[in-house]
Design a protein around this ligand. Sequence first.
Ligand code: F6P
Length: 559
Amino acid sequence: MTAPVDPTHTPAWSELAALRESISPDLRGWFAADADRAERLSFPLADLHVDLSKNLVDDDVLAALLRLAEQTGVAERFAAMLEGAHLNTSEDRAVLHTALRRPAGASPELTVDGQDVDADVQSVLEALSAFATRVREGKWLGITGKRVTHVVNIGIGGSDLGPVMVYEALKPYADAGIEARFVSNIDPTDLAQKTADLDPETTLFIVASKTFTTLETLTNARLARDWLWAGLTASAAIADDDEARTDAVAHHFVAVSTALDKVAAFGIDPANAFGFWDWVGGRYSVDSAIGLSLAVALGPDVFRDLLAGFHTVDEHVRTTPLERNVPILMGLLNVWYVNFHGAQSHAVLPYAQQLNRFPAYLQQLTMESNGKSVRWDGTPATTDTGEVFWGEPGTNGQHAFYQLIHQGTRLIPADFIAFVNPAYPSSDGDQDVHELFLANFLAQTKALAFGKTAEEVEAEGTEGALVAARTFPGNRPTTSIFAPALTPQVLGQLIALYEHITFTQGTIWGINSFDQWGVELGKQLAMQIAPAIGGDAAAIDAQDASTRALLEYYRANRT
Ligand code: F6P
């Protein structure tokens, strides 16, 4: 294992610290002094136009950030990842989500740890496409011979957030009359509400779990199976016996997992299971068979276009020099804000209702990856690491939390994502509504960058204490990501962009961005507390005083 470079001991880090002291952010001044700033700091990334010009950097800062990337070996680690090095050191695994989107016939072939990765990826993709086509064409039928109208993905974390985000984003492409739904929470409300209006005869469940051990998913899968059996027997669609039940599961349940033995143990025929591999992290798995619900509802061609979008960005990151390498530049900017400006969070603000789940998806991607305080060799992190990612689609956020971004005391870098052409064009009289929407996107980034001075406020006739309240400081950094339309390719590009931003940051901080030990303790304790909440005296006694009191409250108020 190569020891991580301590970024704080690099010459570039010292340069950046000095620059932070000597340079006051001045976006108004920088734009006034440099007519080419917007052009110089805007970059193409496949179909995306990425404008970094409203960030708090001048040429010296950018040059020092690029040196930081060099001195911490960012490009080398990207190369190692793409070749299948075991960068996930704590689990001794390769990190190869990029292999999932390599096109058929890519050369040279990728063989890792003796596995012909390309051949395996293509074979699962073909099986998934064939299955999706059968469902979409009505050749895969429910037990009573009816076509599937609803596919319900049961999964959580990476086995849910990616599929639901992509489905929401690309719903206009759903063309086979099949609706996808997503059940994740162990709160029984989730399954109950998502199945309330469904017909068991036309519902197909996909149990999606990398490990096939996840409490929420297996519990929901059992509940779904009970729901299916109850519905089918109540309407006498099937006989009330074991054989009919087994047959019903075979028609209405398929699975996606790396643990195909556990799928079989659950009662799902391994012939109806789609595999992936331990070198795909859960939060990096939407482009694996975990995307089965997408292939069914949106079509295998849409799914392949999504993968092609990912791949163009993988190629960009692999082949583009650092100074034009957009994911690396964006990762460096995030490091600049976290480590030199004290930013604790980062907003992601899509101006696209279709991306309403994108911030939630990014929360797992970024925070499960970089929310660590030890480095990949087990030594403590030497500086602040992962920031909190959050967001909501515009314009909703404007009427909720933008106040704090504009005038609060904290620096919150923000990424704005917008699309030139809408999925649903519409006019309000003479006003193109999408243009009005985009005017808001442009206005917000402008207001955040350039603010409004006290003089400008006074010139409008405002006086006294109100002047300060109505002043906008500006110099609030934003990145604008603009694309022609939200197509499958563009969405793949966006996701890959953020994957690689996350990896860039993790590499600089010396973090293994591919494990998630921090989720384990809560899972273990939940299993210990479950008997206590059920009333087991010994288990109650074993709890701390606060937990015991909460258990007492529960028992006292249970109806
Ligand atoms: O608990 C966290 C986690 O392990 C995530 O990393 C993962 O995406 C999620 O649980 C679901 O895991 P699985 O796909 O194995 O059910």
